[in-house]
Design a protein around this ligand. Structure first.
Ligand SMILES: [Zn+2]
Length: 210
């Protein structure tokens, strides 16, 4: 069983719940229960985190879930599942439940794509940081947008030989989709705390054509 020491840092209930619901959809209830047992999260088997933004999930619980996915499905299968589930979690929570609701997407419509992506991701980084103990920041270097995360919920307390936070890549992809940039952009984890990096850092680049 996976055992990651409590971080005493928090992530909100709702996006965790949405991540679990999507996994349940793909894995079935039995598959999800097996995952929760391996992750040491038996208490969630019948009771998912609540449908609210209370900060009741420890980062170690969310990262145990992702570590459990790796253990059961291997990193490749696990990464695909985590990416899909977190993209769905963006849609169900950050987009639909009003967390980003005060920001009308129309505000961005007149901006060129790169500026729109940067503005939108910056707002998401601020909302996510305010709603949790994550410290997110968006930078732009040489025309490449970088999304940096300290206290990453996917890899907290974990070690990996290579970047492992596809469970965060999906959130950024969900945000890009919300911004109308769902196609044509690639999100890549360049640096990962679990692989010795200072932070988990994701680059957002235009997909090369051809
Ligand atoms: Zn990470």
């Amino acid at each position: 069983m996976i055992s990651i020491e409590k971080s005493l840092k928090t992530y909100p209930n709702y996006p965790t719940r949405a991540f679990l619901l999507e996994l349940e959809d793909v894995l079935g209830k039995n598959g999800l229960n097996a995952l929760l047992r391996i992750a040491g999260l038996q208490e969630w088997i019948d009771t998912y985190p609540a449908e609210n933004f209370e900060r009741e999930v420890d980062l170690s619980e969310f990262s145990s879930l992702n570590a459990g996915l790796d253990e059961i499905y291997g990193s490749k299968g696990s990464h695909a599942l985590a990416r899909r589930a977190s993209k769905s979690a963006f849609d169900l929570t950050w987009k639909q439940q009003g967390a980003l609701g005060n920001q009308q997407i129309e505000d961005f419509d007149s901006l060129p794509t790169q500026a729109r992506n940067k503005e939108g991701l910056t707002i998401f980084a601020e909302v996510l940081s305010a709603a949790s103990d994550l410290e997110c920041e968006v930078q732009e270097k040489n025309n490449i947008i970088l999304f940096r995360v300290q206290n990453c919920p996917v890899c907290w307390g974990r070690e990996s030989s290579s970047p492992t936070c596809q469970g965060f890549v999906g959130l950024i992809e969900g945000c890009l989709q919300w911004l109308g940039s769902g196609e044509g952009f690639e999100v890549t984890e360049k640096e990962c705390s679990a692989a010795g990096g200072d932070a988990c850092t994701f680059s957002i680049t235009e997909e090369s054509v051809g």
